[in-house]
Design a protein around this ligand. Structure first.
Ligand code: DON
Length: 538
């Protein structure tokens, strides 16, 4: 079973499973297929995380192939760029300076080598076919082209500096109808080159060379050394914690996902949530929002790349800390923003997920991204390679919120070789030591709340998976101090939350979740209906 946000990528994974490949082989195939069918969300110019659970020895695998900042990065580079060129596109977000060193090719190749059974060429085959022969685009792709066009309209200079994305996707994409084929010959050639030469060609060969040349020509600071030095990190200890008779395995820093999930759920464990949900649904949402505010306040204060500053993972994920915070939550009122988290004020102030279970019970969850739609918009034309804008996940300018409205501290400031803090949360939930729920998603900080919403809906409220995915979702990220829903919630929730002092946003937004439920030996896959993905399984 494969659940991804692209039907074609799910089928690519299933094709590999049917050939006898395992979940790691299928993960590589799904990821490369996503690079073709979801160029607005992810691709080999991006990075990501993976968590796996192997029944053999009950081994947990963690892989961090997040992008890292170029060696020439400095803490003030974006503030200086803005000062030098006022009125130009936000430099951490669009164009050559927004690009961090991509990790997906190295990440997938390394997992394949360590845990897979097939060759890189074999798992690339479905993606190459999709790029060469084309695939029918869906509404999500067309909508992404329309919103990217607004950026080109606002900053016409991007048409020259980021021309490949404009020419290949945006200009024609806005005119496409759902179901029309998109063919990407340059990308097909790149994937064929990887299949023929191995992953190293991306980091040490002609692809890296072309990328650095194009990047430098347009004001970027990537160097050949950045590519030669890039390393996948497979040594991060997972965040593992219990929640009401379940064990949750989640992503450690440089993702904030695992710590935020643990802190929120540790707080919520102090309340009889299933009963409160049944008797007083608004109060259940109030507790949820208050717990998320604590977790996001601590995210802003404490989290960043653990290689650059020690992170108090033990403290933030401790049951006692969650219980203390829960004890202080007032059932009738929310509190001032300053009172959330251990330390109250920050000292300074396009993604794709998939889940796979194979015939042997290996479970893989992985989230990857180029950050916002079509990443930095900057690409290497001749290779059809669209680059991420993951540098915007740093606190690029002190005190300035990033594109997701996240206010963050110096711990997540720009530094050479550092990985930006992420919200991507590939997660596996175990019961009695065996996986029962695989999930994760896209949507910036809303990934964390969406994973929490679906997890609670399944574990605490006993909903069938499909209902757990479609029920209105609730999000709070501490700053801005607003509760967000993805669609109109029942009026008793809004009345109960407003009465407790919460400010409700008019904006409707949420993450996009992919999940697989394992119950009595049966697999149920579900793709969030909000993006048009579809699971595939036998
Ligand atoms: O790593 C992160 O947290 C962000 N770069 C994720 C971006 C994202 O999910 C965009 N979503 N659709």
């Amino acid at each position: 079973m494969v659940a991804s946000d692209s039907e074609f990528a799910s089928r690519a994974g299933l094709e590999i499973l049917r050939q006898g490949g395992n979940a790691f082989d299928a993960a590589a195939a799904v990821s490369f297929a996503l690079a073709v069918t979801r160029p607005q969300s992810t691709g080999i110019g991006g990075g990501g995380f993976l968590i796996a659970w192997k029944p053999a020895g009950e081994e947990i695998v963690v892989s961090d192939f997040r992008e890292s900042a170029p060696a020439a990065s400095t803490p003030l580079m974006y503030a200086q760029a803005v000062k030098r060129h006022p009125g130009t596109p936000t430099p951490s977000r669009y164009g050559a300076l927004a690009v961090a060193v991509p990790g997906i090719v190295a990440g997938r190749a390394e997992m394949l080598h360590s845990h897979g059974t097939m060759s890189l060429a074999e798992v690339l085959a479905p993606a190459i076919r999709l790029a060469r022969d084309g695939f029918p685009v869906d509404q999500h792709y067309i909508d992404a082209c329309v919103s990217a066009l607004e950026i080109y309209d606002q900053y016409p200079s991007l048409i020259e500096s980021c021309n490949y994305v404009y020419r290949t996707h945006i200009r024609s994409g806005i005119l496409r109808k759902q179901g029309e084929d998109l063919v990407q010959p340059e990308l097909a050639h790149l994937l064929e080159t990887l299949a023929a030469n191995g992953a190293s060609v991306f980091y040490k060969g002609p692809i890296a060379e072309a990328l650095v040349r194009a990047n430098n020509r347009h004001g970027g600071i990537l160097s050949k050394g950045d590519f030669a030095d890039y390393r996948v990190r497979n040594d991060r200890p997972p965040v593992v914690f219990s929640y009401r008779h379940h064990t949750v395995i989640a992503m450690p820093p440089p993702s904030s996902g695992g710590i935020c999930l643990a802190e929120t759920l540790n707080i919520l464990e102090s309340f009889d949530l299933p009963k409160i949900h049944a008797d007083k649904p608004a109060l259940a949402r109030h507790y949820f929002v208050e717990a998320m505010k604590h977790a996001f306040a601590d995210r802003a204060r404490w989290l960043g790349d653990p290689d650059f500053a020690p992170i108090p993972v033990g403290l933030l994920t401790a049951k006692g800390y969650g219980q203390q915070l829960a004890f202080d939550i007032d059932a009738d009122h929310c509190s001032d923003p300053e009172t959330y988290g251990a330390v109250q004020i920050p000292d300074d102030a396009g993604t794709s997920h998939f889940c796979i279970v194979d015939q042997w019970g290996n479970c893989v969850v992985s989230t990857e991204t180029v950050n916002t739609e079509f990443g930095s918009l900057f690409a290497v034309d001749e290779w059809g390679l669209i680059l991420n804008n993951e540098m915007d996940d740093f606190a690029a300018e002190a005190g300035v919120a990033n594109i997701y409205g996240l206010v963050q501290s110096k711990r997540n400031g720009v530094e050479a070789g550092k990985r930006p803090l992420s919200s991507m949360s590939p997660t596996i939930v175990l019961k009695d030591g065996k996986p029962v729920l695989l999930l994760g998603g896209s949507g910036g900080p809303r990934i964390i709340s969406s994973v929490l919403n679906v997890l609670l809906n399944v574990v605490d409220f006993g909903m069938p998976l499909q209902d757990a995915m479609t029920t209105p979702r609730i999000h709070h990220q501490w700053q801005p101090d607003q509760v967000f829903f993805d669609k109109a919630p029942p009026s008793n929730w809004t009345i109960g939350l407003t009465a407790r002092g919460h400010k409700l946003s008019e904006q409707c937004k949420t993450g996009i979740i992919q999940a697989i439920l394992i119950q009595n030996g049966e697999l149920t896959g579900a793709s969030d209906p909000r993006k048009g993905g579809r699971p595939a399984g036998d």
